[in-house]
Ligand binder design. Structure first.
Ligand code: DLL
Length: 435
């Protein structure tokens, strides 16, 4: 079933005509209201009126996470603050968050695209949708929530944590749809088994999983273990949140980007040149209707390709391939974005630690774990064990407080971390072996 049949099946010429109109409009809005963009446009000698065809998007400047950080918190907002009704945020590269503001109209559109996404996954108003994405500044919880309500389904706003209790709630309330990260779904499934709840015995039939990379092999495994259709949802805070692109149950092959609201491009991450459909590169998105913080040619750092061929579901919106990784070193730990530099800067604030550190990411019982190993100086190493233990605890607390993720910090003997001959091997991601 389609949530918005007309928009979701617009003929290609109509999509493109709409995109062009909206692209010109968003360029005019940012040029008039956001000094950052006006400067960027001027530096390239381009004006909104120069956008005469969709191909002219190439003339426009790129934007990236760093720009949002540089203008923290409100510098890229395009409307007066009175018109902003909600804020969401995600990590930037230095611990400072990237802040996005939504107008009432933005939230309406977000709910609609999240509703389209859930329906593409097979959700209907008869469903009981258990939302175990985190609620809060992270967009997962409230995003999925808005979509499910917009469809008229029954929402259970469970958020993350207390997994055994969640398994009980899923059983007692008769959850038919589970929305969370794929790894948390596996964790919930295990927690359920521990208390005698097998997802196969529940009416559960659909999983809407995203916010982190996962694979076809994981999909097969989860579908088998849980007796569900496991569907892939993509999104990012800067652009909106979950529901920027979504797989359809009919093909389970590629994620439809809601092109009436977002203009996708694939570029070569090194040269910035546009790549043709089918070629893998970095996904770049322009928001066509967003009012609060419109973004022009936002570099997502996510690697994928675009497919404009017709889909058997009848939707005409282009599809991106399952995400293949990122062009930067951002880690996603239990759905939280973490940049190694953030951890590094926290470590470097403490006296007696050396810059030789390593971050070990693993998956234990389907949950991501993060261990930070850092070498101490000879002087500190000569200190009492108790002092070292206190320092470990303090670092763990700082990292939790600033980045929102739990870590295990291990202070290491001087010279015990292997030196690399080339670039330092900062991150050992043992999860990638199973991906
Ligand atoms: O993760 C929004 C979201 C919430 C999407 C719930 C889906 C479901 P951020 O925290 O800003 O926003 O992280 C965005 O997560 O650039 C990708 O690298 C990654 N990501 C999101 N969805 C997928 C997916 C949310 N389906 C970053 N597959 C993005 C792979 C994903 N990576």
């Amino acid at each position: 079933m389609l949530f918005n049949v007309r928009q979701e099946t617009l003929p290609r010429e109509e999509i493109e005509a709409l995109q062009l109109r909206r692209l010109r409009n968003v360029c005019e809005r940012v040029y008039a209201n956001v000094p950052f963009y006006r400067k960027q446009f001027e530096a390239l000698g381009v004006r909104p009126a120069d956008v005469k065809s969709l191909a002219d998007v190439k003339l426009l400047p790129f934007s990236e996470k760093q720009d949002l950080r540089n203008h923290y918190p409100y510098g890229l907002f395009a409307v007066p603050k009175d018109n902003i009704v909600r804020l969401h945020a995600s990590s930037g590269t230095t611990g400072k968050a990237v802040v996005l503001g939504y107008t009432a109209r933005d939230l309406e559109i977000w709910s609609e695209i999240a509703a389209r996404s859930l329906m593409a996954a097979g959700v209907t108003r008869s469903d009981i949708v258990h939302v175990a994405y985190g609620y809060g500044l992270f967009t997962g919880g409230l995003g999925a929530h808005g979509g499910a309500e917009c469809i008229g389904a029954t929402v259970v706003p469970a958020s993350g944590g207390a997994s055994r209790r969640q398994a009980h709630l899923m059983r007692d309330f008769g959850a038919t749809v589970l929305c969370c990260t794929p790894t948390y779904a596996l964790h919930l499934w295990e927690a359920g088994l521990e208390v005698g709840i097998d997802f196969h015995d529940l009416p559960l039939r659909v999983g809407v999983f995203g916010a982190e990379p996962w694979t076809e092999a994981m999909r097969r495994d989860m579908e088998e273990k849980m007796g569900i259709d496991a569907m892939n949802i993509y999104g990012l805070t800067e652009i909106m949140g979950p529901g920027v692109a979504m797989e359809c149950a009919a093909s389970k092959c590629g994620l439809h980007v809601w092109e009436d609201h977002f203009l996708p491009e694939i570029i070569d991450p090194v040269t910035g040149e546009q790549l043709p459909p089918g070629e893998t590169g970095e996904l770049v998105l322009t928001t066509l209707t967003k009012e609060g913080v419109p973004l022009i040619r936002f570099r997502t750092r996510d690697l994928t390709s675009l497919d404009y061929s017709p889909c058997i579901c009848g939707r005409t919106h282009a599809r991106i391939a399952r995400l293949r990784g990122r062009t930067d070193d951002m880690l996603i730990i239990r759905g939280v974005n973490v940049f190694p530099q953030q951890i590094e800067s926290l470590l470097m604030e403490s006296e007696g630690l050396t810059p030789n550190y390593q971050i070990i990411v693993d998956r234990v019982d389907n949950l991501d774990t993060l261990e930070v190993r850092v070498e101490v100086s000879d002087t500190l190493f000569a200190d009492e064990i108790r002092k070292l233990q206190m320092l470990e605890t303090r670092l763990q607390k700082n990292i939790k407080e600033f980045l929102g993720v739990s870590t295990k910090v291990r202070l290491m003997e001087p010279h015990s971390i292997a030196r690399s001959e080339g670039k330092a091997l900062r991150i050992v991601d043992n999860r990638s072996k199973e991906l």
